[in-house]
Every structure is written in structure tokens, then in C-alpha cells.
Design a protein around this ligand. Sequence first.
Ligand code: UTP
Length: 299
Amino acid sequence: MDRQKVRKAVLPVAGWGTRFLPATKAMPKEMFPIIDKPVIQFIVEELLEAGIENAIFVTGRHKRPIEHHFDINTDLERHLEEAGKNEVLKNIREISHMVNPIYVRQKRQLGLGHAVLTAEPAVGQEPFIVSLGDIILEKGSDNLSKMLDIYNRYGRSVIALFEVPEEEVNKYGIVDVEETEEGVLKVKELVEKPSPDEAPSNLAIVGRYIFTPGIFEKLRKTKPGKGGEIQLTDAMKLLLEEEEIYAYQIEGKVYDTGNPLDYLKTVFEFALKREDIGAELREFIANLLSTQNQLIDRP
Ligand code: UTP
């Protein structure tokens, strides 16, 4: 059984972001700020907490800002140094040394599965993580480390799951599972975006995966599925015919930043928790809501 150590993560960030147009016409949604930190930095920090420093970004047109973000910016550093802004300078320097990045270009946006396959030459024949570039997991819950523990025990692919309301199963890849031991689930079936009556459960795949390299061969065999895209879930179904796939139900919240409403909810939730701006924002929202309510109540 394959027990190679997981050392690399693939971050697919090449998507069009159509739900966010026109904002995403020239700016990657993965660089949208959650107040003052771009979404992709949260994802990289989560990887670092799990001990993963090699990040393979699958990028496309207009995704250069991601490369610049994790690179050294000597002009900015000099400016901050001269201005005596040492705290910010320290932070900016840390970001440039956060990861060992590799950038792989997905020339055509043929879907998430295709994006992962594009990373194959950089991954090689070893197990790897996939972290979606627009999903943030709540800090401190150690989900990736727990998934790595499962991988280290079983030597098989592991996917992260979370419960979604029944009426929302058609937005996700849904799985049927059985418990093999406490905290470890085994996947029995996978369905991409089922209707509520087709769905085998309300456990959805959440955008964090550990794959054995066997997934690449399956991705090569995967035909375009829903939406004409090469779906990662379809390749996982093929993999499941040959290898067991394990699953872990994550702890803590999931923040989807890939559509305007959920992005805004994320920004508000994070901002309300901030010491520097939270209290004032709370007051502002309360005032805003009471003015709105007065307008609605007016005859
Ligand atoms: P999404 O499902 O959010 O797709 O991809 P999208 O194309 O970016 O956004 P919409 O649906 O058009 O609004 C999940 C992750 O996979 C990446 C995206 O960049 C995102 O981080 N992705 C998706 C790719 O890298 N390549 C693709 O072909 C599709």
C-alpha cells in the first residue's frame, strides 16, 4: 500500500469566476480581500498549519496578481522601510516567504478535474492535497492535519465533507458513506450536483482533498460531464472502482467566497470579529438596519 508522505498541494485558481463578473474580468476572485487579506492567503496559511509548504497553483489568464502576491516586492519593502512602517513590512516579508510556489498554466478552462490534471507534471507520482482557491475553512479546526492522519493510516485518498441543507444538495458533489472507525468515513457512492430526491445523503464535498496519484489516470479517462467540464467528482467515481476513498467530516465553518452573497457574508462575519473595526461596524449595521426598517414601516 502507498504510504509516501504528502508534501505538495495543488491550488486550482484558473476558473473564470463568471458568478462574479464583471469584477473578475481582470482580477482573480481568489485575490478578493476578506477585509485586507486575499482569499488565497487564507488557503495557503491553512496549508502551512498542516506542514505543507509546496504549493502548485494552477493559473490562467488574468491570474498574475496571485503570483505577485507570494513574490518579493522590493520597491514596496523599501518604501515601507523608509516610512518606518515596520509592522506592515514584517507582514509583507512573511507573505513573500510563505510557500515554495510552482505556477502551472491551464490554457483552457475545461473544469476543476482538468485543472488538477494540468498539475500532474509538477506533482509527479506522489500523493497530494487539492485545496480549492475560493473556499476558506474556519481557522483552528485542524481539518487538513486530521485528513493527513487518515491518509497516513490508510494510504488512500481522503475527501473533506460537510453537512448541507437538503434543498442545497444540487449545488455540491454529494457522497454516501459508512463509518469505519470513529471520525473516519468510507465513501460508498459519489454524485455530482444531484436533485434532492436523487441525493444519497446531505454530506457535500467541501473543497479539500488528498489524492493518491492514481487520480491522474482516472482524470485522463474522464469525459466532459455536467456543464461540459471535466469534473473531479467523475474521476473520483472511477477511482472508487479500484481504490477505497476515505472521508472526514470537517469541524468548523465553511466560507464560500466564489459568489457575491456568500462572499459578502464572509467579509461581514470576519470583520465583525476584528478588534480594530468590529465594534464600529456592528454599530453601523445596526443603524443601517433600523433606518431601512423605518423606511419599510412607513405607510
Ligand atoms: P468554481 O466551480 O468556483 O468555478 O471553481 P469558476 O469557473 O472559478 O467560477 P464560476 O462558476 O464561473 O463563477 C472552483 C475552483 O476551481 C478553479 C477555480 O479557479 C476555483 O478556485 N477552477 C475551476 C480551475 O482552476 N479551472 C477550471 O477550469 C475551473
